[in-house]
Design a protein around this ligand. Structure first.
Ligand code: ATP
Ligand code: MG
Length: 465
């Protein structure tokens, strides 16, 4: 069980503050604006206790490339963090063919983050995964400027984060960015309720409002009935939820999470993940979320970047990574993933190669199928709308080649939407004897045969269900 000991000093406060900020944004619609503003002030007060000064040694690449202003909320471009005395020189001159170990042996510098570029759209949860030491924490700390990148660019809503002075950086942290790390800094000598109202007390707001609000937040995180307990009387997950409930200050649009659930046992961890997903559905924040665990990435992430030795190896949706891993490193991460829960009809379907009209003859159809090496044709009307399917078996069963397609085509095929998970497609494939049709509106964009559906379940060593 996680021992969430109180973190003394700025870090504990900062973490508590971040979570405080996070929950504020969730509760925000139900509270008056004035209250929210006060909450913002508390969060920033806590953040102020650890503000990283602008480091003139940080080498900033020239800004202004079009990719940097592509409308994304967070853009990171060609970012390097090299630990060591000659860090900047190494970032400038390193031979791209040298591995991290070789660079370390030759220069004594650690390439913690090596030329990383990505963007995060508004409301997107972008997950970064990689083995221990791959550079995840260093990268996320660069994004919050808790450490200074050696080279590269980071833009938040089009603003150049690395060019900001101390005051500007403070403002960004006050209004735009919250950081949440593994440990939650609850006050050990305060009860749950006191922990939760603490931020509100500092704001000096009305006591009844404080209590009402605290009660709502405590209920939201599932701690009603535990208000009078001290943190040490709670389980690790409950303490973590107290931390979440305290996160009631600014309304940060961007949240950076560095393995917030990694020390929790599996059940509590799942609960916390579900809670985060529920909250995200309500508030649609822009999140960067670090984890070791692909199942966690799958659950919370819209896109996932896999990191190795300081570099991004592949970026994609969980489905893209599972269906098309770029190398063995990525494949290893996705190996235990239940494919039926990740893959969708779109990724396993076969796009139609032969379209025919219902009034065409079967002889022509046979020729078309042979020419396109296809076993199945999609029958459409004059507006390209789906009418049915016809395959070689249907043609043969017709007996008479002079009949029309209309006489043999299947009109009542099982139909699924493109984003239907394979786990829902499989029962249809097993129950029916024809192909499953994937429809986008009134158009058929693909078909899935029983064989295809079942083959998609099995990867080279992957988990099927
Ligand atoms: N302050 C530092 N000085 C020197 N090297 C560092 C420093 N911080 C991190 N590193 C090195 O940078 C590399 C990346 O470390 P980082 O903590 O970012 O990895 P990580 O992916 O977060 O690992 P984990 O999953 O274990 O948390 C490691 O080789 C680490 O030793
Ligand atoms: Mg780390």
């Amino acid at each position: 069980m996680l021992d969430l000991t109180f973190l003394a000093g700025w870090q504990g406060l900062e973490l508590a503050s971040s979570l405080f900020l996070f929950l504020t944004s969730i509760i925000l619609p139900t509270y008056p604006l004035a209250l929210t503003r006060t909450a913002i002030a508390v969060g920033t007060y806590i953040h102020r206790s650890r503000s990283v000064e602008h480091n003139p040694e940080c080498h900033i690449s020239p800004a202004g490339s079009s990719a940097i202003d592509d409308g994304s909320r967070l853009v990171c471009q060609n970012l390097w963090k090299v630990f060591g005395d000659e860090g900047l020189d190494v970032a400038d001159s390193v031979d791209p063919s040298l591995s991290r170990e070789e660079v370390l042996a030759q220069t004594g510098c650690v390439l913690a983050v090596r030329n990383v570029s990505f963007n995060v759209r508004d409301g997107e949860t972008f997950v970064i995964m990689g083995l221990s030491g791959s550079g995840k924490s260093t990268l996320v700390r660069c994004l919050g400027r808790l450490i200074e990148p050696t080279r590269g660019q980071i833009h938040i809503d089009g603003e150049d984060l690395l060019a900001m002075n101390k005051q500007q950086l403070r403002d960004i942290r006050r209004h735009k960015m919250g950081m949440v790390f593994q440990h939650f800094g609850n006050f050990p000598h305060k009860r749950v309720l006191e922990n939760v109202v603490y931020g509100l007390q500092v704001q000096g707001i009305d006591k009844i409002v404080q209590l009402t609000r605290a009660a709502e937040v405590i209920d939201l995180v599932g701690l009603s009935g535990w208000e009078d307990r001290y943190p040490h009387e709670l389980s690790g997950g409950m303490q973590q939820r107290v931390g979440l409930a305290r996160a009631l200050a600014v309304d940060p649009q961007i949240l950076l999470f560095d393995e917030p659930f990694s020390a929790l046992d599996p059940l509590i961890r799942r609960e916390m993940q579900d809670q985060l997903i529920g909250l995200q559905q309500m508030v649609q924040k822009t999140m960067v979320f670090i984890t070791h665990d692909f199942l966690e990435a799958l659950k919370v992430g819209d896109r996932v970047a896999i990191m190795k030795d300081g570099e991004f190896v592949q970026i994609g949706t969980p489905e893209e990574l599972v269906s098309n891993p770029i190398d063995d490193y990525v494949r290893d991460f996705t190996r235990d993933v239940p494919r039926s829960k990740v893959l969708t009809a779109r990724s396993v379907m076969t796009p139609p190669r032969v379209y025919v009209a219902a009034d065409e003859g079967l002889a022509d159809l046979k020729d078309k199928l042979a020419a396109k090496k296809s076993e199945c044709a999609v029958v459409i009307d004059e507006e390209d709308c789906f009418l049915g399917t016809v395959d070689l078996e249907d043609v043969h069963s017709a007996g008479n080649e002079h009949s029309g397609i209309a006489s043999v085509m299947r009109r009542s095929c099982p139909i699924v939407a493109p984003d239907t998970r394979l786990e829902q497609v499989i029962p249809l494939a097993i129950a029916g004897d024809g192909p499953i049709v994937v429809m986008d509106g009134r158009r058929c964009i693909g078909t899935i045969s029983r064989e295809t559906a079942i083959a998609a379940l099995v990867s080279d060593g992957g988990a099927a269900m």
